[in-house]
Design a protein around this ligand. Sequence first.
Ligand SMILES: C[S@@+](CC[C@H](N)C(=O)[O-])C[C@H]1O[C@@H](n2cnc3c(N)ncnc32)[C@H](O)[C@@H]1O
Length: 285
Amino acid sequence: MMMRRYFGVVAATALLLVGSVSNSDVWAQVKFPGDGNVNLDVPYVPTPQPVVNRMLQMGQATANDIHYDLGSGDGRIVVTAARDFKVKKGVGIDIDPVRIREANANAKAAGVTDRVTFMQTDLFKFDFTEANVLTLYLLPDVNLMLRPIILDKMKPGTRVVSHAFTMGDWRPDSQEVVEGEALYYWMVPAKVAGGWDWRIENTPYHVDLSQQFQVITGTLRGPNGESNLRNVVLKGEDLRFEVSVPRGGVPATVSFVGKVTGNMLTGTMDMGGGQKAQINATKSP
Ligand SMILES: C[S@@+](CC[C@H](N)C(=O)[O-])C[C@H]1O[C@@H](n2cnc3c(N)ncnc32)[C@H](O)[C@@H]1O
């Protein structure tokens, strides 16, 4: 508990420092002494086990997943993911050799050494983008430095859970407090911004999407003019929206459910009255 309070004070001080200088590069230079004669970007404070369990539940870790913990400490999150959530592969990254020794001993004791690996390296220098479940207990600016990698290089649908700290203006999809600890959950959204075109029985349709992380707004242009999209939800690659179109002088709801894969948008338009159309849309160049 003392360590956790210390961590809170460290984070608050760091925020004040960064805020007052208005330069996040300054924060990258703030270092903490490690136990293994190394400098740390984040001091070592372990996550309590009930919080570890909840982080992995929020990340929906399963046997199909590859899990990474960045700054893995004594390996408790990676070991729990392999032992209790049966992930097929777990990787912990920590710069401190003392933590790596502890993590390897814990993996051995838990009988999960066939599926987990601990790498003694700097998390900023290691490619972690194969993960589809990513856990973090770092610091606000470290999260922010990782954010472009998470958003631009990780697969859409990757689940990210952070203990204690947010990702700036990328608002979480959900958050909760467990044993007094704040937990934040995000799903990496597909990149959907732009214009999308398709035809239904030779009639052209065009959707324009604007994107702020997972928050999408847009319009549909069809034979009856242009309407704003409603109830747009983007979860990883899965996109759905509704739109009101005038039909016979009365507004009717058209709904779309589909998937964005790179520059392809596939799915079904439900025009109501049992009328459905398969959509294969391409992004405008
Ligand atoms: C707050 S602890 C979290 C430990 C573990 N993830 C947990 O939740 O129990 C942060 C960890 O990050 C490690 N760390 C700090 N800077 C690092 C860096 N640049 N690269 C890799 N690990 C780092 C520290 O050694 C420490 O073990």
